[in-house]
Design a protein around this ligand. Structure first.
Ligand SMILES: [Cu+2]
Length: 135
């Protein structure tokens, strides 16, 4: 792909990209739901993601997934790190953002603003509410 000069400037100005962020619809009676996205760090140093906020949820946690006696269990993680010029793919089966305690009913297709609070400052993105599927 060849970039026009204008596109090239825009891309180099973007130090961190959040790619295709989605939040899965809640499945009642669950009061929490997972998500999927990739975070690309174009910086020359590691990027720490310290916390995430979303206006429609009381809290956003970082979870990692482990297998224990054949059972999939999620455990809280303090923060996430993306290596210099690296990419972190967040999925329900691996590490992910877990959206806790929705403040209101959410509909399929709705867009919500996410703010990633990072070592490089706040990064705003928009995530869509989508039906749950593993792939
Ligand atoms: Cu989780």
């Amino acid at each position: 792909m060849t970039l026009s000069p204008a596109q090239a400037v825009e891309l180099s100005a973007q130090q961190v990209d959040v790619v295709a962020p989605v939040i899965f619809m809640l499945r009642p009676p669950a009061k929490a739901t997972g998500s999927r996205m990739a975070i690309i760090n174009h910086l020359d140093k590691p990027l720490q993601i310290l916390s995430v906020s979303c206006e429609a949820f009381s809290q956003v946690m970082f979870h990692s997934v482990h297998f224990r006696q054949g059972q999939q269990v999620m455990e809280p993680v303090k923060q996430l790190q993306v290596s210099a010029h690296g990419r972190l793919v967040l999925t329900p089966n691996t590490t992910h953002l877990m959206f806790m305690a929705p403040k209101r009913a959410l509909s399929k297709g709705e867009y919500l603003q996410l703010i990633l609070h990072t070592s490089a400052g706040d990064i705003k993105t928009i995530a869509q509410i989508v039906p749950f599927h593993l792939k």
